[in-house]
Design a protein around this ligand. Sequence first.
Ligand SMILES: Cc1ncc(COP(=O)(O)O)c(C=O)c1O
Length: 370
Amino acid sequence: MQHRVILSVSLGTLAENFCAVRALVSPCAVMPVLKANAYGLGVGPIARSLVAAGAERIAVAEPFEALELLDLGVPIQILSGVLPDEIEPMVARGVTLPLVDLASARAISAAAKRLGVTAKVHVKLDTGMGRAGILWEQAPEVIRQTADLPNLALEGLFTHFPLAYESASAFTREQLRRYRWVLAQAEAMGIHFTWRHAANSDAINNAPEACSAPFNLVRCGINLHGAFDAAGSLRVPLKPVLTMTTRLAQVRTLPPGTPIGYGHTFRTRREMRVGTVCAGYADGLPLALSNRGSVLIRGTAAPILGRLSMDYLTVDLTDLPEATVGDTVTLLGRDGDLEIPVQDWANLKGTHAYDIICSIGSRVQRRFVE
Ligand SMILES: Cc1ncc(COP(=O)(O)O)c(C=O)c1O
């Protein structure tokens, strides 16, 4: 017996996407951002295949995500911030931390001193994201004060973009100017950062200035999974990584006038051959596919009828007289000449690819294909 809904993650294609990003931004290095269980896909196999493909360091959002990756043998770094009680356990395990203010710098330094180690930190600049970090105007002074703290190594300086999907964004250019100003102030104080980074996938594709000197590292998440922010353009030749399949549970012929699903949002106008498919919103399918999306069966598109429910959806099998119970149903990915990309779901839901990928349900079996 196998799981009904299966998400196949092609590790080979993922590694190809990593190499495509690296080729584009070289000589910058590429740090995979594998937070939230690699955007919900399954961090262990993904992290191992990226390290095998040459990833030299990995970024996550929070301590438990860092703990999971400690045995990979590459530096693991937390991007967003650390709570006071998280500092000592993270320093003890050698996790690289973000430095977001003077108070946390002192706490990290004190923890490292107690433990007899040197804590590596990347100074997080808020140049316009407005989410976390040191306000750029105040950063030179904070950097000056932290540089003298014992057992603390200022290894990196980084910032994050809110609008990098806009090509030639004036605001992104202004953020770059602010970053360079802080960097120059630090260098004038004799403080040099080994790693200098700003670009995420949006900037890799839309802000090439963030992928060259003084920067020597980019942080890449969504592009590795073959998706990108459709609000901007795409420079990396990405390939789709994900295929989501399930099975056909029942095939029926319904008389004219039969209502289908919760809310009766569809009613057959003629005798109609329909299929019941084992997947619903509990598996991460957006409700917005109701009456609008399609699935692929035997290389043919079968439109979704009525409203999706938690575990099942109904499809029109008019063009599929040969479809039978147990058939494979492709929800995302390619079947023959047809393909349903992640972006199709994002468009129907009025969201972006991140939301779709991170929402794939926990009962969906992840299969990693080499
Ligand atoms: C600080 C930071 N850098 C990089 C990334 C990676 O972003 P993306 O998936 O767009 O490459 C994220 C993800 O949201 C982030 O929060």
